[in-house]
Write a protein that binds this ligand. Structure first.
Ligand SMILES: CC(C)(COP(=O)(O)OP(=O)(O)OC[C@H]1O[C@@H](n2cnc3c(N)ncnc32)[C@H](O)[C@@H]1OP(=O)(O)O)[C@@H](O)C(=O)NCCC(=O)NCCS
Length: 185
């Protein structure tokens, strides 16, 4: 399934799948191989949804029952700050003005990790690519909750909505964001 890749990538893939299978097992799913789609998005077993992420030093997976959760998007990033040259690529002008990350120790990397998580929730469902400028993130009053809005009107909604919510938190020296769309929300 992976082809000719480095040992590091093989390990990373195996660890991601290990965590994903474990998350599914805890929900009562029988062990099944988690294959990948052509665009690399994991293929979850019937009745399940999930997401996998790796940072340079860590790896994690989340899973849910489709009866409760329609889609999940997980991203884990290490603590290395976002390069200044990347700021205008990752952040919209409104985000740059708001600077809602200013009291967060990860700075604008907060916006990056959230957008990656949002993409992982959004793209498997819509089969659409999202550019960083297609999404606007609000982290508000630093409670660890975020709201992301698909602001490019040419992009389809996901589950009938342009808004995707989730949480962010420090994770093993780095930062993690999880985008969640609950059924019925
Ligand atoms: C897909 C992408 C988000 C992965 O993020 P990353 O930080 O490079 O890598 P991570 O380790 O966190 O995630 C990789 C895992 O995500 C999953 N993944 C890959 N493509 C995916 C997709 N299209 N949708 C959902 N999950 C995907 C896979 O499980 C993959 O690991 P695996 O190949 O070992 O199974 C990134 O490579 C990408 O293509 N980004 C461009 C688009 C984007 O980020 N837009 C943001 C604007 S909102």
């Amino acid at each position: 399934m992976l082809g000719n890749v480095s040992p590091r990538r093989r390990r990373e893939f195996a660890w991601g799948r290990h965590h994903a299978r474990e998350a599914l097992r805890r929900l009562g799913f029988a062990p099944v191989p988690i294959l990948s789609r052509g665009d690399r998005a994991p293929l979850w077993p019937p009745g399940g949804v999930g997401s996998i992420s790796h940072s340079s030093s860590d790896c994690g997976a989340v899973a849910g029952r489709s009866s409760d959760v329609l889609a999940l998007g997980l991203d884990i990033e290490d603590e290395e700050p976002l390069g200044a040259d990347l700021l205008p690529i990752i952040c919209s002008s409104a985000e740059l003005q708001r600077r809602e990350w200013s009291s967060n120790r990860f700075g604008p990397k907060l916006i990056f990790v959230i957008k990656e998580a949002v993409y992982k929730l959004y793209s498997p469902v819509t089969r659409e690519f999202l550019d960083f400028q297609d999404v606007s993130v609000r982290t508000g009053d630093h409670t660890g909750l975020f709201e992301a809005e698909i602001i490019n009107p040419e992009k389809p909604t996901s589950f009938g909505s342009r808004t995707i919510n989730g949480i962010y938190l420090p994770f093993r020296g780095g930062i993690l964001a999880l985008a969640v769309r609950f059924r019925g929300a």
